[in-house]
Design a protein. Structure first.
Length: 512
């Protein structure tokens, strides 16, 4: 965007790169690869653990190494995208992610696998904010932006379930190594396509010197936070290392905020997060992800362990949720985003998802997929798709072009931290409820089949108890969306002026 356009936000000028829709295809493909990878490896983990001789105590590092690198380096990755250029960061992220995937696919030891996953996380932290910020700076017209973010939101929401299907097929019919190798064609096609069709608008880079203290403090603080929740899941909330991680994270992140308020060129300008709308979006998205991540895990175990579904059948069982997300994102969110304020999509969206979650509190060992799980998944997908789409768009709307990368990184950070919290918190609640149920009922089970039934009932009881918490969390996310998010009158979008003042314009089209 040119300086003239920034200084005169009310000047309407129709513009846009002719290749932006082609670019969206390759950006969406890269996003699909990253989201797929988050779940596809989980399906392959038991087979990989056996082949590589990874102990039960160390297998968590296949997931944790990725989460720590990805979550810890996101802000740094977003700032690098602003500094180097988003297209360059996007292509480099894809190339590195593909190389790390090959390393994971040919791994011969546990340590090699952990290293490959950490590298995947590091390049993912560069790729994810670059992809989202490219959309933010390339699509400036309100209706086009709604369509673009609708497609992106559908992929971001539904890709995880697609990963379960693909992971099941690859593990069952080929080999677990293909869950890594499958990333390579995605990355090659996306990188080649991006190289030819993406043209980043001029004047959007932030060439200020890199805030090294901010990079160190934010990375260490986020790593400590994510690891604290990961550790809590396996070792308990009162574990000395868990507590020390949380304390260290609090100290480091407070120090980071103080540094950012004083340095001339901060890694994360506080104006990005103190904006009422963006702050509300980051918080509500993070809370929603807490509920969703735990649920994915519970439903996967319920379908495979309790109902006896194969990995492939489990993946297909999630299809109604994907259909709901795509419908909510591309049909409801996209069509209404330019007509109603964002809070009237986000708030009700989280409530509809909460209603789907409420149905799942009735889960029992013999529950019917058709009468309980199917409608619950449809409601969950529909609600999340409707809420995520305007949230993704508004989180990067109105930011100055030089801040687009870090604003996008904050969206990913809220999701990553939310995922870590959700997995640890809801798993802990479920495990505690299961233990209590089995302890109270196992004495009345005389035979082994009866004892096995009690254990299954205890497992499902634990899931139900945790899902009740998820219902409350989604209710809170809805309340925050209604309360904090006040932008987006129909047909208008916020555009940043040269002085950092934000105005609403009837047609949000900015000249390059």
């Amino acid at each position: 965007m040119s300086e003239t356009a920034l200084k005169a936000p009310r000047a309407v000028a129709l513009s846009g790169d002719a290749n932006r829709w082609k670019a969206l295809v390759f950006i969406a493909l890269a996003q699909l690869m990253v989201v797929l990878d988050a779940t596809i490896v989980n399906i392959a983990l038991p087979s990989a653990q056996q082949d590589l001789g990874i102990s039960d105590g160390n297998r968590q590092w296949v997931v944790t190494a990725y989460a720590l690198a990805f979550g810890g380096l996101l802000l740094f990755g977003g700032r690098i995208a602003d500094l180097w250029g988003r297209k360059r960061a996007f292509v480099l992220g894809l190339t590195g992610f593909a190389a790390a995937s090959v390393l994971g696919g040919v791994a011969t030891t546990g340590a090699m696998m952990f290293g490959a996953r950490a590298l995947q996380g590091a390049f993912g932290a560069l790729l994810a904010p670059a992809a989202l910020s490219l959309l933010a700076v390339m699509f400036t017209d309100a209706k086009e932006r709604a369509k673009a973010f609708g497609i992106y939101g559908a992929i971001a929401g539904g890709g995880g379930a697609v990963g379960l299907i693909l992971g099941g097929f690859l593990t069952e019919y080929l080999d677990w190594r293909w869950t890594f190798f499958v990333n390579v064609p995605f990355a090659v096609v996306a990188a080649l396509g991006a190289n030819f069709v993406i043209r980043e608008p001029e004047g959007g880079r932030n060439r200020s010197p890199l805030d090294i203290p901010g990079v160190i403090l934010s990375t260490l603080g986020l790593v400590a936070l994510v690891y604290g929740f990961t550790r809590a899941e396996s070792d308990g909330w009162s574990d000395a290392v868990t507590v020390s991680m949380f304390v260290a994270s609090a100290v480091l992140l407070i120090a980071f905020a103080l540094v950012e308020s004083r340095v001339k060129a901060p890694l994360l300008p506080l104006r990005v997060v103190t904006d009422r709308n963006r702050g509300g979006i980051y918080l509500s998205l993070g809370l929603a992800i807490i509920g969703m991540f735990g649920l994915f895990l519970f439903l996967t175990y319920y379908l495979q362990v309790v109902k006896g579904y194969s990995p492939v059948k489990t993946g297909f069982a999630f299809l109604p949720m994907i259909a709901g997300m795509i419908t909510g994102s591309t049909q409801i969110g996209t069509r209404l985003m330019t007509r109603v304020p964002a809070r009237f999509l986000m708030g009700p969206g989280f409530l509809v998802a909460g209603l789907g979650m409420l149905l799942l509190t009735q889960l029992e060992v013999g529950s019917s997929y058709t009468t309980l799980l199917l409608p619950a998944m449809l409601l969950l997908g529909l609600g999340m798709g409707t809420a995520f789409m305007p949230a993704m768009s508004l989180a990067t709307s109105g930011v100055e072009p030089r801040d687009a990368g870090v604003a996008s990184a904050m969206v990913n950070t809220s999701q990553q931290v939310g995922g870590a919290i959700g997995t640890a918190l809801l798993n802990t609640i479920a495990a505690s409820a299961t233990t209590s149920y089995v302890k109270d009922h196992i004495a009345g089970a005389a035979s082994k089949p009866q004892q096995q039934l009690v254990r299954l009932q205890g497992m499902v009881h634990g899931y139900s108890a945790a899902i009740w918490f998820a219902v409350g969390i989604l209710g809170l996310a809805s309340l925050i969306a209604f309360t904090f998010v006040n932008a987006g009158r129909p047909g208008a979008v916020t555009v940043a002026s040269g002085e950092g003042v934000e105005d609403e314009v009837p047609v949000p089209v900015v000249a390059h």
